[in-house]
Design a protein around this ligand. Structure first.
Ligand code: PLP
Length: 399
């Protein structure tokens, strides 16, 4: 067989996708598996979203559609942004096949070969690989559990000084995998540092912005509007509206960048499908009050998760948004599980928990933090309770 290109050697398969397929295989073998591993929100979109999708089927023309997005999608997204005082013209927007594709397209457009892309670590698992596919180099700025996994302005400044070839800074708030939410003061302090580096692009990955529990989400552009001409906003219907499989993401950014995104879309995916765009338009247009009970339930699940972690003395900064907890499990390293597995690292921890108790987590190394593991607690409450009890038994059984 002729050799395929080496380009794909630069990236690893998505850790979360790999664990999801391992879970599927184990279930197919008849094992009872509780998965805390996948970042899906465990609810379906409101009824008006399905009505819009059905109407789109009924009036479908089957034609190619605008790569930037249909006018209805763009208008609904503009309204969604304007509700948070972010104002973008139609030619400052471009649709994508999910937030992931929005990030992929942005890094293709913004970085040259060898450029550095900085982000706080723990980071979303795909950032380094998306950077590598753009021939850039992803660099995480590590922030420990003791620092609440949050980037301080001092650390950001030092990282930008040390990586003076940095072209892009990605900021994800609230964070996957930690659930941390930055306060207004913290966002303002980071914005002040970003103002000192005028050659840097900023990608604001806002896909969990409406999934905050008590304190509100504060945007970098809210505290420092002067960053607008080098900031690109990434949004998605995946998490907020329970629509990960519909694959609609949006980018709002300066017009020249939006036009380059449209150019790239025109030579790659061409356009999103009519039905997904109509459904996403209905979702973005709102109302958003369906999120109130969902967030109450997430707080309850967060608290159950934290209670179990406290019971087994695993430190975990308190998540204030998204639906992930990221406990530090370093104290388990060097011990042996009841099933006889030596736990040397995050992968051994997750492997033994899955094999011996049927509970799937994601090793923290996939997010640049190998002392931790990620628990996605958005699953049904009965599964959550059962899985947490099994995880407690596992940790208490380590000797
Ligand atoms: N950004 C972050 C921080 C995420 O957690 C995810 C998904 O887990 C994405 C982007 C991409 O989401 P999607 O492509 O489903 O919109």
């Amino acid at each position: 067989m002729p050799k395929p290109a080496s380009r794909l050697n630069k990236i690893a398969p998505s850790a979360t996708v790999a664990i999801a397929s391992q879970v599927r295989d184990l279930k197919a073998e008849g094992r009872e598996i509780i998965s805390f591993s996948i970042g899906v929100p465990n609810f379906l979109p409101p009824a008006h979203v399905y009505t819009a999708a059905n109407n789109a089927v009924a009036s479908d023309t089957g034609n190619y559609l605008p790569g930037r997005g249909t006018p209805a999608l763009i208008q609904a997204f503009q309204k969604r942004l304007a509700d948070d005082d972010l104002h973008y013209a139609e030619d400052e927007i471009c649709a994508a096949v999910g937030g992931k594709n929005g990030l992929f397209n942005l890094l293709q457009v913004l970085t040259e070969e060898g450029d550095t892309v900085l982000y706080p670590a723990p980071y979303w698992t795909s950032y380094p690989d998306i950077a590598a596919l753009a021939d850039a180099k992803g660099v995480g700025i590590f922030c420990s559990a003791a620092e609440n996994y949050k980037l301080s302005p001092e650390k950001l400044r030092t990282a930008l000084q040390e990586n003076n070839d940095a072209k892009v800074f990605i900021f994800n708030n609230p964070s996957n995998p930690t659930g941390m939410l930055y306060t207004r003061e913290e966002v303002a302090a980071l914005a002040e540092v970003l103002m000192e580096f005028p050659e840097l692009w900023i990608i604001s990955d806002d896909i969990y912005d409406k999934l905050t529990y008590h304190a509100p989400f504060v945007h970098l552009l809210d505290v420092e509007p002067q960053l607008r001409d080098r900031t690109c906003i990434v949004q998605s219907v995946s998490k907020t509206y329970g629509m990960p499989g519909w694959r609609v993401g949006m980018v709002a950014c300066p017009k020249p960048i939006a036009n380059l995104l449209v150019k790239l879309v025109g030579q790659s995916v061409m356009n999103l499908n009519n039905i997904s765009m109509a459904a996403a338009a209905a979702a973005f247009a709102g109302p958003h009050d369906f999120l109130v009970p969902i967030k109450e339930e997430l707080v309850m699940k967060r608290d159950k998760t934290l209670a179990m972690l406290a019971e087994v003395s695993l430190p975990c900064p308190k998540p204030e948004g998204a639906f992930y907890a990221f406990p530090d499990v370093k104290k388990c390293f060097g011990k042996t599980s009841a099933g006889g597995t030596k736990i040397e690292n995050d992968q051994d921890f997750c492997g033994a928990l899955l094999n011996e108790h049927g509970v799937a987590l994601v090793p923290g190394g996939a997010f640049g933090a190998p002392d931790a593991v990620r628990i996605s607690y958005a699953c049904p409450v009965a599964d959550l309770e059962k899985g947490l009890a099994k995880m407690a038994t596992f940790v208490q059984g380590l000797v």
